[in-house]
Design a protein. Structure first.
Length: 136
């Protein structure tokens, strides 16, 4: 009985601190479904760009995550707040796109980090990433 009371008290404390709802969500999460009726994972969408000097850049987009392939480097970033366009950052590098253009630069507090590649323009339409694609 003492253990139960202590556990109940601790749960009450956690609720008061606003922690319990996230714990409850973790504990009561439904088991993952698999098989033909299960929801499918979101596919990566591929966007190919030509940048300054003819350089090629590929962006793979899924939900709020982007993977950028440029000059034999892969950058994986999350969407962050932007005043205009769509901005992704990992704290080191930023991919910023607006309309059919974008650029890749080193992240900085003032937003004026060194440019990695500029003037990237979308080539054609987006495609679903193929299963054999090297990035995802």
């Amino acid at each position: 009985m003492l253990r139960f009371s202590a556990r109940l008290w601790a749960t009450g404390l956690l609720v008061g601190l606003g922690v319990a709802p996230s714990l409850q969500a973790q504990q009561s999460a439904a088991p993952t479904q698999t098989g033909p009726g299960a929801p499918q994972a979101t596919e990566w969408k591929r966007f190919d760009y030509t940048c300054e000097g003819g350089a090629k850049l590929t962006a793979y987009l899924r939900n709020d995550t982007v993977k950028i392939l440029y000059n034999n480097h892969q950058y994986r970033m999350r969407q962050v707040i932007a005043a205009s366009g769509t901005r992704y950052s990992d704290g080191q590098v930023v991919w910023w796109s607006k309309g059919e253009g974008g650029f890749l630069q080193y992240d900085s507090r003032d937003g004026n980090g060194e440019m990695i590649v500029n003037d990237c323009r979308l080539i054609g339409r987006s495609k679903r990433a193929r299963p054999r694609s090297p990035a995802p």
